[in-house]
Each structure stands twice: as C-alpha cells, then as structure tokens.
Design a protein around this ligand. Structure first.
Ligand SMILES: Cc1cc2nc3c(=O)[nH]c(=O)nc-3n(C[C@H](O)[C@H](O)[C@H](O)COP(=O)(O)O)c2cc1C
Length: 148
C-alpha cells in the first residue's frame, strides 16, 4: 500500500512535526505543496496536513486539493491550530466530498501560534505540539491504515 501526505506548514513547522514522526515509523512519502511535484494518482491513501489560517486549511493546500486530488481516494486529515474547538476541516472536507473521496478520519492538536497580536505576548502554545500529541498523530496514522 502506498501512502503520501500532502502538507503545508509554513508558520512554525508545527504540522510538519506530525508528518515527520509518521514518516520515521512508516513508509510514507511527504509532499510539500509548494516545493514538490504533486501527482497523487499512484497512492492508495493520501493524507492532507496543514496549519490553519482564518478557520480553514491553508489557502494553497485547499487549492491544490481542488486541482490535484483524484476522485475516489481514501484520505485522512491532520491539522494544528492556535485554538482547537471548531471543525477547521469543514471546507477541505467539502472539496473531498465533491471528488467522492472517503475521509477516514481527522487528527488535530494545538500548535505554537504567533499570528498578529499574539506575537506581542510571545505567542501561545509554545510547547505544542507536545511529544504526546506528536505520538498521537503516529497512533492516528496506524488506525487509518488498519481501516483499509
Ligand atoms: C495567518 C494566520 C492565521 C491563523 N488563523 C488561525 C485560526 O483561524 N484559528 C486557529 O485556531 N489558529 C490560527 N492560526 C494559528 C496556526 O494555525 C497554528 O499556529 C498552526 O499550528 C500553524 O501550523 P504550521 O506551523 O504547521 O504552519 C493562524 C496562524 C496564522 C499565521
């Protein structure tokens, strides 16, 4: 089974930490939305991982999902954000639904956030994602592959 995780993590590399931890234990390909050639047809399972801006996955990854996600894929979602609580994956889920993709699950945790005025107070969630949260993402991935 081939897995790719498409990711965008430009704020503090918070989300990339989750991706790297999964890659350390499993045979997955990480694809940076801005730097890599995004061809997804060959993968059986595709992760989409992003920080959150303005209550959605980052603009570029939302766009790449619209343009490059093949129909009918098994997908899982991961994100880090400043203030968890609402479903920040709503918009990307609606893109995936329009492509008849099967969303197997979503993982989220807090991430270090220095956006806007938060910078003045040194940011919030300085310790996040914690090692526990990072390992939580690895366990989440193992659940995702066990569903296939
Ligand atoms: C421009 C911008 C907008 C943001 N908007 C939100 C938001 O609407 N809700 C939220 O919880 N966090 C928000 N954040 C915080 C980030 O989602 C959080 O720091 C995330 O962990 C960054 O991930 P990354 O380091 O992988 O890019 C925002 C951050 C930036 C830079």
């Amino acid at each position: 089974m081939k897995t790719a995780i498409l990711y965008e993590s430009w704020h503090h590399g918070n989300t990339k930490k989750l991706c790297d931890a999964i890659k350390k234990e499993y045979d997955v390909i990480l694809l940076n939305v801005k730097e890599d050639d995004i061809t997804l047809e060959e993968y059986d399972l595709i992760g989409i991982a992003s920080g959150i801006a303005y209550s959605k996955f980052y603009k570029e990854i939302e766009q790449v999902a619209k343009e490059k996600m093949p129909e009918g894929k098994n997908v899982f979602l991961m994100y880090t954000c400043g203030k968890p609580g609402q479903d920040f994956a709503k918009s990307i889920k609606s893109t995936l639904a329009s492509k008849k993709c099967n969303v197997l699950g979503t993982y989220c945790c807090k991430g270090y956030d220095t956006y806007g005025p938060l910078k003045l107070i040194g940011g919030i969630n300085k310790e996040n994602p914690t090692e526990d949260e990072i390992q939580g993402a690895v366990r989440f991935y193992s659940e995702m592959i066990s569903k296939l």
